[in-house]
Design a protein around this ligand. Structure first.
Ligand code: UDX
Ligand code: UDX
Length: 437
């Protein structure tokens, strides 16, 4: 099928490449000329495992093209996906200006029947607004609007898209639903067909539930620290219940990234707007904030004074296997340490470039390796659980540090091994009796 994606970022580019991979003819549009230039030159503007290979392969096969020209894109696709950002307003509600702008740009370019798909995460009832907008700017246009939320996780987005748990298609027309189902046939995934409003809600409800699971285990981790229990064992024990499941019960510094924080805030704002406040989610947010504050408090208590202390931080990306630092808790942690006068020496395998080009880049030392960051440090903090950090040479690192103290914000390392190597180890919720307060 002929498909168009408007917005070629983390979601749009990966989605477009995976559609091309299963045989569809795809044009990815973006209004960022630099980004399209990069893609046309054969480079990939983001780091996502496996993405470069399928982009290169499908560009060579002529199934994946790039342009900055929206009318050209709309003309090409029987189905046009919108994957532009939906950032938060200061009050947590969603700023839909890019969606509205793209709907206005699409409208005059519609020549024959089109399906317009909201792929971006949007509040319930946005589909109705997109329909109204296109009809206003192109009263004659023949089209249907569909909601088809994405459930891809950065870092494994290609695998998530190629083998989805489920595909949710919200459409109020049989014609649009049939076309959408045809697009997803090659993926052999269960398809849930719904109305548009339900599909929009599924996305916010799913992300909020996952965030709730994380906050739940983080709240339990605080009780573990206070009581001397080990949250890793507790998570294992409760996760073995099939009704609960072990996934998303990793205690740590809390959730970040471009989705959870903004989607939970958006769901709260929508529920308030609809007159049915979802107060449980306010607590989920609070636990998430408290988790980082509690961690920084423990570091402060250990080091007594943070000012002028050399602090090594491993990890800046919001999670491993991505270069994405948007709403990264690791970055928030570094900002808090810097605000208290600590001298931060940081390393991340993929996210250094983003930080180098940000104001924070000037306030910290970016190091070439985990070992270089730890050299001369008075404490080492693991902020993102990159697997290579776990296999570092800790004997040599211990010798290079001024004091071998580790704060493991993602419970990546084994406490007993670290202690045998001579480190003082502090994890999250791993309050063995000696650590209990
Ligand atoms: C997406 C979704 O769209 C968002 O709603 C969801 O919650 C998270 O994922 P993402 O792909 O991560 O966003 O964003 P980004 O990497 O910033 O990509 C968006 C792209 O849209 C950018 O390349 C930007 O240049 C482009 N864009 C933006 C347009 O092409 N037109 C616009 O009007 C605005
Ligand atoms: C999320 C959803 O998983 C995905 O379905 C949706 O489409 C987009 O938002 P993503 O933000 O890429 O994906 O990453 P995810 O793996 O969900 O992690 C989000 C945050 O939660 C990260 O900061 C991660 O460190 C944190 N997290 C995750 C935990 O703290 N504990 C966990 O057990 C899992």
């Amino acid at each position: 099928m002929k498909l168009t994606i408007i917005g070629s970022g983390y979601v749009g580019l990966t989605t477009g490449a995976c559609f091309a991979e299963v045989g569809h003819e795809v044009i990815c549009v973006d209004n960022n000329e630099e980004k399209i230039k990069t893609l046309l030159a054969g480079d990939i503007p983001i780091y996502e495992p496996g993405l470069a290979d399928i982009v290169t392969k499908n560009v060579a096969a002529g199934r994946l093209k790039f342009t900055t020209d929206t009318p050209e894109g709309v003309d090409h696709g029987d189905v046009v996906f919108i994957a532009v950002p939906t950032p938060p307003n200061p009050d947590g509600s969603v700023d839909l200006k890019y969606i509205e702008k793209v709907a206005r740009e699409i409208a005059p370019a519609i020549q024959d029947y089109k399906v317009i798909v909201d792929k971006s995460t949007v509040p319930v009832k946005t589909g109705e607004k997109v329909t109204e907008t296109i009809s206003r700017y192109a009263p004659e246009a023949e089209f249907d609007v569909v909601s088809n939320p994405e459930f891809l996780r950065e870092g494994c987005a290609v695998a998530d898209l190629m083998n989805p748990d489920r595909v949710v298609i919200g459409a109020n027309s049989d014609r649009a639903m049939a076309l959408m189902q045809k697009i997803y046939e090659p993926f052999h995934a269960p398809v849930l067909a719904t109305d548009i409003n339900s599909a929009e809600l599924i996305k916010h409800a799913a992300n909020s539930f996952l965030a709730l699971k994380i906050s739940y285990i983080n709240a339990v981790s605080a009780i573990c620290e206070a009581s001397g229990a080990d949250v890793e064992l507790v998570a294992e024990g409760i996760g073995m219940d099939n009704r609960i499941g072990r996934a998303f019960l990793n205690a740590g510094l809390g959730y970040g990234g471009s989705c959870f924080p903004k989607d939970i805030a958006a769901f709260i704002a929508i529920s308030d707007d609809l007159g049915v406040p979802f107060t449980l989610l306010k607590e989920v947010e609070k636990i998430n904030r408290d988790q980082l504050d509690r961690f920084v408090k423990r570091i402060r208590e250990k080091l007594w004074v943070l000012e002028d202390k050399e602090v090594a931080v491993w990890g800046l990306a919001f999670k491993p296997d991505t270069d994405d630092t948007r709403s990264s808790v690791a970055i928030e942690l570094v900002e808090k340490l810097v605000a208290e006068g600590a001298k931060v020496r940081a390393f991340d395998p993929k996210a250094m470039e983003h930080v180098k080009n940000s104001p924070l880049g000037e306030k910290i030392t970016l190091c070439d390796s985990p070992e270089a960051a730890a050299d001369g440090a008075e404490t080492l903090i693991v902020a993102t659980e990159w697997p290579e950090f776990a296999s570092a040479d800790f004997s040599s690192i211990r010798d290079k540090m001024i004091a071998p103290v580790v704060f493991d914000g993602r419970n990546l390392l084994d406490p007993k091994t670290m202690e045998k190597l001579g480190f003082e180890y502090h994890g999250v919720g791993r309050g063995r009796p000696a650590e209990a307060s």
